[in-house]
Write a protein of this length. Structure first.
Length: 209
């Protein structure tokens, strides 16, 4: 089950998700608007194989007052998700970029509602085996993820001369591994120049468009 924890119905409506549209997915999606709803279904919500979409300012609403700070609640949710094996996606207007870490993600609020239909349909058609990247990147999640990785690699290589031999580092290795896993391609990293490494990456991106 997917639980959408967002206290602002008007925000949902403005981003294209009114009550009628949300109800179209009632079999797999349950909106939560109050802390009372969370308390009533706490055991169901925070259990294995569920997906929790959580607006970070939910408990900042005076009607949903919580004794803990928002940052403490977020850390609790991350801990609970690890212990109970469910996915949690944090979203907010204050989040400027996408970040994915194992079974948690942080994305802008506009991104969540933009990609929600694709995410729900993918969830519906996958026997509940879901890739967390699909809520962060939508229909083009693989291409967007690869472009994001490319930007990171280019930044890490910024001060390297194109004609110099490529020297791998821990951070570069992580990013290069991600490209190879996403595309099932193999990069030649032995005795190659920085320029040739960039050529290989660009070629993979073109092939996988």
């Amino acid at each position: 089950m997917i639980y959408l924890i967002d206290d602002k119905k008007e925000r949902q409506k403005n981003l294209g998700w009114d009550e009628v549209k949300l109800n179209a997915y009632i079999d797999i999606l349950k909106p939560i608007y109050t802390s009372g709803q969370i308390e009533a279904e706490r055991v169901n919500i925070f259990s294995a194989d569920n997906i929790v979409l959580y607006h970070e300012s939910f408990f900042d609403n005076p009607d949903n007052h919580h004794k803990k700070k928002s940052t403490e609640i977020k850390q609790d949710l991350i801990y609970f998700s690890e212990q109970n094996k469910f996915i949690v996606v944090f979203f907010s207007g204050s989040i400027g970029s996408k970040k994915i870490d194992n079974n948690t993600a942080s994305i802008p609020v506009s991104t969540l509602y933009k990609n929600l239909k694709f995410f729900l349909n993918a969830y519906n058609n996958s026997n509940q085996e879901i890739n967390i990247n699909q809520i962060a990147y939508g229909n083009d999640f693989k291409n967007e993820k690869m472009l994001e990785i490319k930007r990171k690699i280019w930044n890490l290589l910024f001060e390297k001369d194109n004609s110099s031999l490529f020297v791998n580092t821990g951070q570069l290795n992580l990013e290069l591994d991600q490209i190879q896993k996403l595309t099932t391609s193999t990069l030649n990293l032995k005795d190659v120049t920085v320029e040739f490494l960039k050529f290989q990456i660009n070629k993979i991106l073109v092939i996988n468009e």
